[in-house]
Design a protein around this ligand. Structure first.
Ligand code: PMP
Length: 284
């Protein structure tokens, strides 16, 4: 596999960053994951726009322009012959040998950029046919979840708590309401109305979320962006999640309670189909 590191395309064994990189020492970095279908990028513009926002919020400079970024994505897809899968991109505040909490001068310490690909079957997913089971856990992350930083320890712990309980993922709860999944946005459906938490600093502004809500509204489905509780979710007709790598994935159980029929529901199933169709058409 060929990996992109700070201007070079290199075999993965040769892809290295400094031990002084602030991504490694301080989790001082941001990332994006863009999916690939039919060898093309899904919603590259959405991911590039969110990346620019994450960088701006952290006062970090991008080492490349967004046009260059698109070229790097395409070049990696070509070199690694990715028909279906993901591209991971990470920008960190570079390697400053002084290890100072204060940010280094960007003129002296340029930010680091790394991209790599993962070939994986995404669209034809067995999990989408059976649905996922989730547990609820307390949301103990920091307060700026709208910035896509690489500090993913708590979400990793959440996944491990789900795994230990024999389930697939965890939904995080703050002040009685669901924020989001460990690596996805959370939704419920009741009487045909799709409910998902409103945007704010409490959740990541999912690129898939934006697209799915747009498609839902275009298909005349009703959408409410507001907080909901685990109890409301357990009493819903359907539940699902969205993310760049899972698209729309049904949730059939929450804390041991079946949601609706306990099988993937019609709204989630239809939204997954619409999302895949429309995203394939718009892929670049
Ligand atoms: N919330 C969190 C916490 C995430 O990590 C992700 C995926 N990285 C999402 C939501 C979904 O975002 P997207 O649709 O842009 O992948």
């Amino acid at each position: 596999r060929i990996v992109y590191v700070n201007g070079d395309y290199v075999p993965e064994a040769e892809a290295k960053v400094s031990v002084f990189d602030r991504g490694f020492l301080f989790a001082d970095g941001v990332y994006e994951v863009t999916s690939v279908l039919d060898g093309k990028l899904i919603d590259f513009e959405g991911h590039a726009t969110r990346l620019e926002r994450s960088l701006k919020e952290l006062d970090m400079a991008s080492p490349v322009t967004m046009d260059e970024l698109l070229e790097i994505h395409r070049e990696l897809v070509r070199r690694n012959e990715v028909a279906e899968g993901m591209i991971y991109l990470q920008i960190t505040r570079g390697a400053d040998a002084d290890r100072d909490f204060a940010f280094p001068d960007p003129e002296k310490v340029p930010s680091s950029i790394v991209l790599f690909t993962q070939s994986k079957k995404l669209a034809d997913s067995p999990a989408a046919k059976v649905g996922m089971k989730v547990i609820s856990i307390e949301d103990q992350r920091w307060g700026r979840r709208d910035i896509k930083t690489v500090q993913l320890l708590y979400p990793s712990m959440g996944k491990m708590m789900a795994k230990a309980a024999g389930k697939d993922d965890a939904w995080m709860v703050e002040d009685g309401a669901v924020t989001e999944g460990t690596s996805n946005n959370a939704y419920i459906v009741k009487d045909g109305v799709i409910v998902t938490r409103h945007l704010g600093n409490e959740i990541l502004h999912g690129i898939t979320r934006a697209a799915v809500l747009r498609f839902a509204r275009e298909a005349q489905m009703r959408v409410e962006e507001r907080p909901f509780t685990i109890e409301e979710a357990q009493g819903a007709d359907e539940a699902f999640i969205t993310s760049a790598s899972t698209f729309v994935m049904p949730v059939v159980e929450i804390d041991g309670e079946a949601v609706g029929s306990g099988t993937p529901g019609p709204v989630a199933t239809r939204l997954r189909e619409i999302y895949l169709d429309e995203s394939r058409k718009a892929a670049i």
